[in-house]
Write a new protein. Structure first.
Length: 288
């Protein structure tokens, strides 16, 4: 196999593994929280603790930060903790697919909203995409027989906005893996007490799901993503993340027996289609 083709295949494989890991976070949370195997604070704490251990080991194996100490920042750690806790609380009330879709939409709206506040003016095509995605999300959470829990939807919207903030804070990071490890470590002073309280209400299965989410889906997942990210064009990286709600829906169907309602399918098409339109239009505007 030619070296160029081998490199492209490696990039595609690693990117797929990272997307599977990100989708697994939703499925694992739902497995642990929907059946009472763990409570939300305890699950969050163990996820952050196990993620911190794996990321710190990975940074150490790669030679650390060249003597610069712990990476990351306290604002980023606060955003990370807010995301993780609200994510867990939301999954007490939402299905895996619905939660992942709302999370994805909220992240995109948060990043787009910040760009608009910074006077990055969208084109008409971008506005059409944003409006389409927002309308689809509003329809998904509107009251009705098939509507998700309003409280769960609000919590997941908050989780998505926290993740958007985390993404924006770390956008200019020169050492994303080391900074991610530092942010996880900075969460430990709050996570440790939550773990001590929540461990009494956590089953062995619940602890296993939390550790898999933190150590594998988060820790190793982020490591793989940051390893492959330099090889991906910016647009390709954005489009790859569109697959996460779809993968999560498949995982929810197979592993959790969650139904794929027509409302969820149509909302997924509207949100993902609107975001694709906005991303394509933004890419064209910036390259013009």
């Amino acid at each position: 196999m030619p070296p160029g083709r081998r490199a492209r295949l490696r990039t595609a494989t690693l990117a797929t593994v990272a997307m599977l890991a990100f989708a697994a976070n939703s499925v694992l949370a739902r497995l642990a929280l929907s059946g009472g195997a763990a409570d939300a604070p305890g699950y969050t704490a163990l996820r952050l603790l196990s993620g911190a251990v794996v990321l710190a080991l990975l940074v150490r194996l790669r030679g650390g930060r060249g003597g610069r100490g712990v990476g990351g920042s306290w604002p980023a750690a606060a955003a990370l903790f807010g995301y993780a806790l609200l994510f867990s609380l939301a999954y007490l009330m939402l299905g895996a697919a619905t939660g992942a879709l709302i999370l994805f939409a909220a992240v995109q709206f948060g990043i787009l909203g910040w760009a608009i506040l910074k006077r990055d003016r969208p084109s008409p095509a971008e506005w059409l995409g944003i409006t389409t995605a927002f309308a689809a999300l509003a329809w998904l959470v509107a009251p009705g027989l098939a509507a998700p829990s309003p409280a769960g939807a609000l919590l997941m919207l908050g989780a998505g906005l926290c993740w958007a903030a985390y993404t924006l804070i770390g956008k200019s990071s020169a050492a994303p893996l080391a900074d991610t490890a530092g942010n996880f470590l900075r969460c430990l002073p709050v996570a440790a007490p939550l773990f001590l309280v929540g461990i009494a209400r956590m089953t062995l299965a619940g602890a296993g799901y939390a550790i898999l989410s933190g150590a594998v889906a988060s820790g190793l997942g982020y490591a793989v993503w940051y390893a492959v990210l330099p090889s991906l064009p910016r647009a390709s990286a954005a489009y790859m993340q569109l697959t996460v709600p779809v993968i999560t829906a498949a995982g929810g169907l197979v592993l959790l027996g969650e139904p794929l309602t027509s409302r969820l399918l149509l909302a997924t098409a509207g949100i993902l289609g609107g975001v694709v339109l906005a991303l394509v239009a933004a890419e064209r505007r910036r390259s013009a």
